[in-house]
Write a protein that binds this ligand. Structure first.
Ligand SMILES: NC(=O)c1ccc[n+]([C@@H]2O[C@H](COP(=O)([O-])OP(=O)(O)OC[C@H]3O[C@@H](n4cnc5c(N)ncnc54)[C@H](OP(=O)(O)O)[C@@H]3O)[C@@H](O)[C@H]2O)c1
Length: 325
């Protein structure tokens, strides 16, 4: 089969096709003939050599796929040969075949094509784990999502609308702010406004209950200022750096604020399976009703993975970028 490998850390040109054996599923794994694979910012960070890979992770990029089950490891149940599925990989998604732990594999929602199904797992697992499980966002609360038009952001905003949560989101252009408003959230253009002040104004001084933050260091102080009492700041990305120069602990203490975060990749198979079970229970029925389906901005053939990465780095996309295999 053909897969796309990172020949050496660097720019998009380091992504190269390579012919390798089809992988063998082990106990607890299914083998999937990949029809489409999602592209995520962590793939770009990995390609640059800046992603701390958990031990045992597959070095080939690709965190999510959709396709057809064509094999099983010993004693592995749950799916039939030929069944259409999508799932969260442990790497290796940029390929014609990929093995998936069965607990990270989900049936493809009815009526959803491979391109859209491949765009589901990484952001829905991540948003579910961080906004709903760790951040405890719930009906009637207020949430701020940074990078509202990112793959992560669009997923978070759709789920907020679905579950009765008032969402605010930041973005860097009027075009992206318009997309945020279409998703039912209030947009804040961070080039024009201090988002912490905007949140205080829009919530009449209350602040937001949860912040889902992909920016990190450079936003820390303003994030704390935007939180409501008992608010939760959940950091899942560092596009603005990992280091905070100065922290006013008093601001945190007075708000009884909680600062936390997580990465999906480092979680155990059992933890990912728990998140998959939650998604199947709470989100799969929503997909079946035709709502909250991922927004796919651009599709590239697998052989043009480098162009897909260029598009992601250009940062003009709204929603997801997907490779068709
Ligand atoms: N912790 C986890 O488990 C986990 C899992 C998946 C993803 N993530 C993280 O979530 C973030 C979003 O991932 P994604 O795949 O949704 O990304 P994406 O679709 O490429 O979106 C990233 C968006 O962030 C905004 N941005 C702000 N500052 C930026 C900067 N310095 N460089 C690039 N973009 C910047 C851009 O929108 P504007 O034009 O509006 O600024 C951009 O469109 C990434 O940091 C990723 O590492 C974390």
């Amino acid at each position: 089969m053909t897969e796309i490998v990172i020949s050496t850390p660097g720019g998009p040109d380091v992504l190269h096709p390579r012919v390798v054996d089809v992988p063998h599923p082990r106990r607890g794994e299914v083998l999937v003939r990949v029809e489409a694979a999602g592209v995520n910012r962590p793939d770009v960070i990995q390609r640059m050599g800046r992603y701390p890979m958990p031990p045992g992770a597959h070095p080939t990029p690709g965190l999510e796929v959709a396709g057809e089950v064509v094999g099983f490891g010993d004693d592995t149940n749950g799916f039939a040969l030929g069944e259409k599925v999508c799932g969260l990989t442990n790497g290796g998604g940029y390929a014609e075949y990929c093995v998936l732990p069965v607990g990270q594999t989900l049936p493809r929602p009815p009526g959803v094509d491979a391109i859209h199904a491949a765009a589901i797992p990484e952001t829905f697992f991540t948003v579910w784990a961080n906004l709903f499980r760790i951040g405890r966002a719930s009906k009637g609360q207020r949430v701020l999502v940074h990078g509202g038009t990112s793959g992560i952001g669009t997923t978070a905003l759709m789920l907020c609308r679905e579950f009765g949560i008032q969402a605010f989101a930041t973005a860097g252009s009027e075009r992206k702010c318009a997309a945020i408003r279409k998703l039912g959230a209030e947009a804040i253009n961070y080039h024009e406004q201090n988002f912490a002040l905007a949140i205080q104004e829009k919530t009449e001084g209350h602040g937001v209950d949860v912040i889902l933050d992909i920016i990190g260091g450079s936003y820390f102080e303003r994030n704390v200022a935007a939180l409501a009492r008992d608010g939760r700041l959940v950091v899942i990305g560092f596009l603005g750096g990992t280091v905070v120069e100065q922290v006013d602990l008093q601001a945190l203490v007075l708000k009884r604020a909680c600062v936390t975060g997580s990465t999906m990749r480092a979680r155990s198979t059992a933890e990912k399976a728990e998140i998959a079970a939650d998604l199947r229970l709470h989100v799969w029925p929503v997909f079946a009703a035709g709502r909250c389906l991922p927004i796919v901005d651009q599709v590239f053939p697998l052989s043009r993975a480098a162009d897909a990465h260029r598009a992601m780095e250009a940062g003009e996309h709204i929603g997801k970028i997907v490779l068709k295999v």
